[in-house]
Design a binder for this molecule. Structure first.
Ligand code: BGC
Length: 421
């Protein structure tokens, strides 16, 4: 049972995407990396997944082909955004989060591409015509190639380029939007691109990851100030990937949890207390800790092998509220589930958790599901399916998944209550 009476306090209902994962024909540091690493990724797939991933038999064909690892035309959202927004409207959504592709806006250093800016203006117009509120994200992990060649976010002096781009695009679009996200999941980016070497630029150094993390703090703060100066009423925040760490017993576990949540969840946000108007929460996973180990219960896993404990979003939301006391927007939350066997359950559990958090006083203003569309899942490529809308990439045909149909009805019910009807 959905607690529609409580959930009506949530004003924005919709879904999220990011440029590189859906648009197609982008040219950034990921594009270059994909072309260089696709053959190797396909050859290594069996070793990487077969021994532990339950979905391996289903994904094997796709995961062993190099084209799985090349974003290419993605799901052609760049050309088909109107069709996609029609579907979002059909699902009764009134909010949509998307990222602006920096490499389109500034393909060469200091040269602004007016046609690209015009494209995003048209995207926003198309959303508004359908009664959908745009949530603009300025940076979701992709950099223009020239920026990456100069050392990217590892160099403190490069931060000004990201800030300059943010200022430029917001000086063009500010009058059309009310919500802005500066950066997406700085912890995941610093961790995987610099701390673990799995993502471009493939750097494997904890020291460098910390440098990048600090530079992203700086980038966020500067963007916040510059963009606020353009339009003070804008609501500006960022999306952070938050994990719920818990234990059933033990002092060592509790110390471990403190340390891990400080590093992963709070270190970044603690530095932004005066430079965020809301907190963007991305929630996918919990970790149960026993002593020094992560010891997750043997429960349902999604296609990527992630443990699914969706109801724990309640604890993440209450903790964010306790620490920061700001409005919260859930800017990503979802499940890789090609067969659509878990998504409805996931949504039900999540909405239950959100309702309980609201009852405890958390001001949740929006829920944006990841994702509207099946998309390019970074180093895993196209096989993980996060979309409310399924996409057949051979024809680009879109099909609303049954869980999404159900979610659309939930949104309708909740929104009709909040309108007092
Ligand atoms: C990222 C998305 C990604 C999703 C699912 C989030 O951490 O922001 O880009 O597709 O997780 O893995």
């Amino acid at each position: 049972m959905i607690d529609a009476e409580t959930l009506k306090k949530v004003k924005y209902w919709g879904a999220a995407t990011s440029s590189h994962q859906v648009e197609g024909k982008t040219h950034n540091q990921w594009t270059v990396w994909e072309l260089e690493h696709a053959a190797e990724a396909a050859a290594n797939a069996e070793g990487k997944y077969a021994h532990w991933l339950p979905s391996w038999p289903d994904i094997k064909d796709q995961a062993t082909k190099p084209e799985n690892y090349v974003s290419g035309i993605a799901v052609d959202h760049f050309e088909r955004y109107e069709e996609d927004f029609d579907l979002a409207k059909q699902l009764n959504m009134n909010a949509f989060e998307f990222s602006i592709e920096w490499s389109r806006i500034e393909p060469e250093e200091g040269k602004w591409d007016e046609a690209a800016i015009e494209h995003y203006r048209a995207v926003i117009r198309a959303l508004k015509q359908r009664g959908i509120e745009p949530f603009i994200k300025l940076w979701h992990w992709t950099n223009p190639v020239w920026f990456e060649q100069r050392g990217g976010l590892l160099k403190r002096k490069n931060v000004i380029y990201l800030v300059r781009y943010a200022e430029k695009i917001m000086s063009e679009l500010h009058d059309q939007v009310d919500f802005v996200l500066t950066v997406n999941e700085p912890n995941v980016y610093a961790g995987l691109s610099y701390g673990g070497g799995a993502w471009p630029p493939g750097t494997n150094s904890k020291f460098k990851a910390i440098k990048v993390y600090r530079n992203l703090v700086r980038a966020h703060k500067l963007i916040y100030r510059q963009v606020k100066a353009i339009k003070p009423e804008l609501m500006i925040g960022l999306s952070q990937h938050l994990t719920y760490f818990y234990t059933e017993k033990g002092w060592l576990s509790r110390i471990n949890i403190r340390l891990q949540s400080w590093l992963w969840n709070w270190w970044f946000l603690n530095r932004l207390k005066t430079t965020m108007d809301f907190v963007g929460v991305n929630y996918y996973q919990s970790n149960r800790i026993t002593g020094l180990r992560t010891n997750n219960p043997n429960i349902k896993q999604n296609d990527l092998g992630w443990n699914m404990e969706p109801a724990h979003i309640e604890h993440v939301l209450t903790e964010v509220n306790r620490r920061f006391g700001k409005p919260v927007i859930i800017t990503e939350n979802g499940v890789a589930d090609a067969k659509d066997q878990y998504r409805k359950w996931w949504l039900e559990e999540t909405l239950g958790g959100i309702a309980r958090a609201i009852k405890k006083g958390v001001n949740v203003q929006g829920y944006l599901h990841w994702s509207l569309l099946d998309n390019f899942e970074w180093a895993d490529g196209f096989w993980p399916r996060f979309g409310l809308i399924e996409i057949d990439r051979s024809t680009m045909a879109r099909k609303i998944r049954p869980s999404a149909q159900w979610f659309g009805e939930v949104i309708r019910t909740v929104r009709s209550r909040s309108a007092g009807r």
